[in-house]
Design a protein around this ligand. Structure first.
Ligand code: ATP
Length: 138
């Protein structure tokens, strides 16, 4: 590994997005708020919530991905993100995310009897993260 960098793996049930990629920082959406990992971070396991994963590569390139949640593990050797879903900006279907957002907003605005509010909130958060990463909302 180049000095001041660490290895990053990002894995979803569908595919491995990253394996052994040298990076200098990773920012993840943890349950308590956004969490930044720099080289030498103490070992840690954290639960992730819907939001943006921001990666700065050893080359200086920055990338963003949308995630719907999962887990982060930091060890002395590497950082591993086990994500339920993770999409790069060009993988995001903007129309689908807009529809998901509209459905969730509608459910929350006038919940039919029996609506699972937490589920609607989670769907809203997933769609919002996707639209942010796709550059559709700020
Ligand atoms: P929807 O209601 O549109 O299915 P969702 O938030 O319920 O959205 P998830 O359960 O988080 O969807 O994801 C299911 C699968 O679909 C995952 O593989 C995820 O990467 C993919 N996916 C969901 N929404 C999008 C999108 N807008 N663009 C690209 N892939 C998506």
């Amino acid at each position: 590994m180049p000095d001041g960098s660490f290895k990053l793996d990002i894995v979803t049930p569908a595919k491995a997005l990253e394996r052994d990629q040298p990076v200098v920082s990773v920012i993840v959406p943890a349950a308590e708020g956004y969490l930044g990992i720099l080289p030498g971070h103490a070992p840690l396991i954290a639960e992730l919530v819907p939001g943006e994963i921001r990666v700065t590569r050893a080359t200086g390139a920055e990338e963003t991905m949308a995630t719907s949640g999962g887990f982060l593990e930091v060890t002395p050797e590497r950082v591993t993100i086990l994500a339920d879903t993770a999409e790069r900006p060009d993988e995001i279907d903007v129309e689908r995310a807009r529809e998901a957002l509209a459905r969730a907003q509608e459910r929350l605005a006038s919940p039919p009897p029996g609506t699972d509010i937490d589920r609607a909130r989670a769907a809203l958060a997933r769609a919002t993260a996707r639209l942010r990463v796709a550059g559709q909302i700020r």
